[in-house]
Write a protein that binds this ligand. Structure first.
Ligand code: AHR
Length: 684
């Protein structure tokens, strides 16, 4: 039957008038005479199976995502390499199998470390711990005494967080001039001088040794205005390297992650993790790419590197830790491999010069998926991960549409052929258009204003289904406010997620970006934020999800396993900013999708009302015998679109679930202004 006709039959003029009257009575808002939108859910028309990896996460080291974020490490610049001098290397002069040691300025005290008492600090390249950590901190404590101990202090990533009755693990490598007897004291001290926990460490000699201790807090208040110190009351000279302080980690995984942030992620039930970037996989230069072989094994054997987002990475959060994160949260890895192109525009042409990178990618896949009989699978087991990880998707590079040399097609083909030959089951993702091979998926990126995101939220409805390459929206975000999006972001995102859900036969995976931001220092030199719009914010002590995070969580938790046909009539519009040129434009203000959970039979309808006024909507469900009168509505809403969550007000906007009535195969419900709603309907 013709939809318009069917709708007109269902919603007679008198019904519409009654609905408008009811909406006005409930909300007190004046209504226009616009016709009531009608959404028809076709429960007997399955348009797609919901892909198991539909909702995921995208991540890279940006905005202090790992170091100063998810990674449990509390000490900043623990390897003293943040001062290393840039040594950009072009591909022609670069041997991918070689490590190019960091170089340091002379007579410099390491960044983010301060002296305590009369100590003098300097970077010392003459006393390296090993080839990877080819520098150390030389601490001249010759003035030390019982009344004035000397040492070093570290303020962490904008604070050292302390929780009551908690055990922190300290470890470091140290050696001293002959005759130094110590002991050393490791402590956490508040910035006003109160010692919150401390431990004595003795046995420092003229040879490098690893020392470990625990620091236990008593019933102190949670705080972050603290420093970590290593001091001595005995005169002498001491060298330090790999100074580490860990709180209890999520699921107690060694070298693991911060619990509060991990919990936020787990709560949203993402199904995959796209890593390690983003730009981070590429690096600014060949010697600054994501070189996974230098990011495995014991952390003190990892040299670290200068990341493309302007700060040093120790790579303590390396390839095994990405996998550990997947394990913690229950996600499947989506592995992006370095593809011979760096952010400064240099590339390696396909052919023999590219081959080492192709082999590197094959070995990386083996590290992730191999068993004990394989070289790299055995290495992963040695690194603490006995079970191979399920891997279905490998991405070749990142945003290679920026490579204006035209080399991507050839580079992609070389990776594609080698990976398919060894791992025919793997799906290969391209990051730019390719002609010589058919990519299984292409990665599309969208960073847009709210109006633009809503404006493109019907994009895939008209996608050419003859195109066999599926879509991976590997980076997307509505960008209304910084450091994390406000309700406008959640509205644009939800509209866009409705579009992707309706078209899950085409868009088989997607992930928001960037995921994390440390909100401690948003501006100025040495700031904690490099990208202005991010899903989850935190400082050293607390974390919060933006309204956009909660919209994603609502969608992720209510995805169903089949996508249902859905039609709409009388879609309303609102006036929105036109964009950079100023002015206004009309954009649709109602967005929708419907899925079903076959186990429970529940029909899940998502409705986004991005208007500033309440919106009555008639929902018709065809193809079922009945829909129970009672159901639930989970609603995220705000009084206006600029409302938001923040580190100081983390739960200002959160979804609320309520029981609702008067449902059936046809019902009308008024959706609040600026709202995202998930309806769960019991259908038979
Ligand atoms: O998400 C931030 C950056 O945006 C990514 O690193 C890059 O892929 C994109 O340009």
């Amino acid at each position: 039957m013709n939809l318009t006709k069917s709708i007109m039959q269902r919603v007679s003029l008198s019904q519409t008038a009654a609905i408008l009257f009811a909406a006005t009575a409930i909300t007190g808002f004046a209504q226009t005479n616009a016709p009531v939108p009608v959404i028809q859910v076709q429960a007997d028309k399955v348009t797609a199976k919901m892909p198991p990896t539909f909702y995921g996460l995208m991540t890279e080291e940006i905005n202090y995502s790992y170091e100063g974020g998810l990674y449990g490490e509390l000490i900043r610049n623990r390897t003293f390499k943040s001062d290393s001098l840039p040594q950009p290397i072009k591909p022609d002069n670069y041997d991918p199998a070689k490590y190019y040691p960091a170089k340091f300025p002379a007579n410099v005290a390491p960044k983010f470390w301060n002296r305590v008492g009369g100590a003098a600090l300097v970077l010392d390249t003459n006393a390296p711990l090993n080839d990877a950590l080819n520098v150390s901190l030389k601490l001249d404590a010759s003035t030390a005494s019982k009344t004035s101990p000397a040492g070093v202090a570290n303020s962490g990533y904008w604070g050292i967080p302390v929780q009551p009755r908690t055990t922190y693990k300290v470890s470091f490598f140290a050696k001293a001039v002959p005759g130094f007897t110590g002991p050393l004291t490791a402590s956490i001290v508040s910035t006003n001088g109160k010692v919150l926990a401390s431990a004595e460490i003795s046995g420092v000699t003229g040879e490098w040794q690893k020392f470990e201790a625990t620091l236990k807090t008593k019933s102190v208040k949670p705080s972050k205005d603290n420093v970590f110190k290593i001091t001595t009351a005995t005169p002498g000279t001491i060298w330090l390297q790999q100074v580490s302080l860990f709180p209890p980690t999520y699921k107690n995984r060694p070298n693991g992650d911060r619990a509060d942030i991990s919990q936020l992620l787990t709560d949203a039930q993402p199904k995959f993790l796209r890593f390690p970037g983003g730009n981070y996989v590429e690096g600014n230069n060949f010697n600054e790419r994501f070189n996974w072989k230098q990011m495995i094994g014991p952390v003190e054997q990892r040299p670290g590197h200068r990341s493309c987002w302007g700060y040093w990475s120790t790579d303590g959060f390396g390839l095994p830790e990405f996998l550990g994160w997947c394990q913690d949260v229950g996600m499947e890895p989506v592995l992006a491999v370095f593809a011979g192109y760096t952010l400064n525009g240099n590339h390696v042409t396909n052919g023999p010069a590219l081959e080492p990178y192709v082999q590197e990618a094959l070995e990386e896949i083996e590290y992730v998926t191999g068993d004990a009989s394989t070289k790299w699978g055995a290495q992963r087991i040695k690194d603490g991960y006995p079970n191979p990880f399920p891997l279905r998707y490998v991405e070749i590079g990142n945003e290679d549409f920026f490579d204006k040399s035209g080399s991507y097609d050839g580079r992609f083909a070389q990776f594609y052929d080698a990976i398919k030959a060894k791992y025919p089951q793997l799906q290969i993702i391209s990051t730019a258009g390719v002609k010589s091979r058919m990519a299984d998926l292409n990665d599309e990126h969208y960073y847009l204003s709210e109006a633009a995101m809503e404006g493109q939220s019907f994009k895939y409805d008209t996608y050419d289904r003859a195109n066999k390459t599926k879509v991976f929206v590997g980076e997307w975000a509505t960008q209304p406010s910084s450091p994390t999006p406000n309700m406008a972001g959640a509205l644009g995102d939800a509209a866009w997620m409705c579009c992707m859900e309706r078209n899950a036969d085409v868009v088989i995976m997607h992930c928001y970006a960037p995921l994390f931001v440390n909100v401690s220092k948003l501006n100025g030199p040495d700031r904690s934020m490099q990208w202005s719009y991010n899903l989850i914010g935190y400082d050293a002590l607390n974390s919060y999800g933006s309204p956009a995070y909660y919209a994603q969580k609502m969608f992720g938790l209510h995805k169903g396993d089949t996508v249902l046909g859905i039609l709409a009539q009388n879609l309303p519009v609102r006036t929105a900013p036109a964009g950079r040129g100023g002015g206004t434009r009309q954009v649709k203000s109602l967005f929708y999708s419907a899925t079903r959970d076959s186990a429970s039979g529940k029909i899940i309808v998502k409705i986004v009302n991005s208007a500033d006024t309440p919106q009555p909507v008639t929902i018709d469900i065809s193809g079922v015998k009945s829909v129970a009168a009672k159901g639930t509505a989970t609603v995220l809403k705000a009084a206006n679109r600029t409302e938001t969550n923040s580190i100081k007000d983390p739960q200002h906007l959160v979804p609320v679930t309520e029981k609702i009535r008067q449902l059936g195969t046809s019902f009308t419900r008024t959706f609040p202004p600026c709202s995202v709603t998930v309806l769960e309907l019991d259908a038979r």
